[in-house]
Design a binder for this molecule. Sequence first.
Ligand SMILES: CSCCC(=O)C(=O)COP(=O)(O)O
Ligand SMILES: [Mg+2]
Length: 227
Amino acid sequence: MIRAIVTDIEGTTSDIQFVHNVLFPYARQHLAAFVRDNQMDEKVVAALNAVREESAAPQASLDDLIATLIGFIDEDRKSPGLKALQGMIWRAGYVEGQFTGHLYPDVLPAFERWQQQGIALYVYSSGSVPAQKLLFGYSDEGDLTSLFSGYFDTAVGAKRETQSYHNIAEHIGLAPSSLLFLSDIHQELDAAAQAGWHTLQLIRGEADNASRHHQVNDFSQINPESI
Ligand SMILES: CSCCC(=O)C(=O)COP(=O)(O)O
Ligand SMILES: [Mg+2]
């Protein structure tokens, strides 16, 4: 019996084009000014130090780091330091109404249905927890943050690592066999399945013939009671 559903964001609840054509360019455009203006902020300092460590450049200057971060955005690197900074930068865009977090129309009705069935909802994304809360807090459908029991980012581990799913199950406090992970990426689902979770793959665009996971095209096709 499924007692909690953990969902990915990009390609699952939300269009990959929104992330790549709206969020990433906004972060790219505002990154240099944001980092320069907030270089003394302790969360910014921590993120920049994480980037220094990740790029093996302990002495990197602010200009070096900005160039490195722009490169990370362009290669869609799931860098925890970059993801933390992106979350901070996107806040202004959401708050000023420059964009809202994209949601496929089938997502909110399914979340509400599952919640009525007593199933707890969680998010697991490479985007930072603050960035996840912004996307769902300023979504196309309004503030959905109250629907979620918790959020996970790569602080629990990378999405293609089996240990991450053991860690999440422990945080949630439920057996892996009662957890369902939704994602568009079969390597993430492989890792979750390896940890004993149920899995479903969202195919929002192109088919994935290399996947061994059950596939659906939208959330209306998901019935946790039949899993
Ligand atoms: C929630 S922030 C926007 C998405 C993002 O930055 C990202 O890296 C998406 O990764 P996901 O794990 O949701 O595919
Ligand atoms: Mg995804």
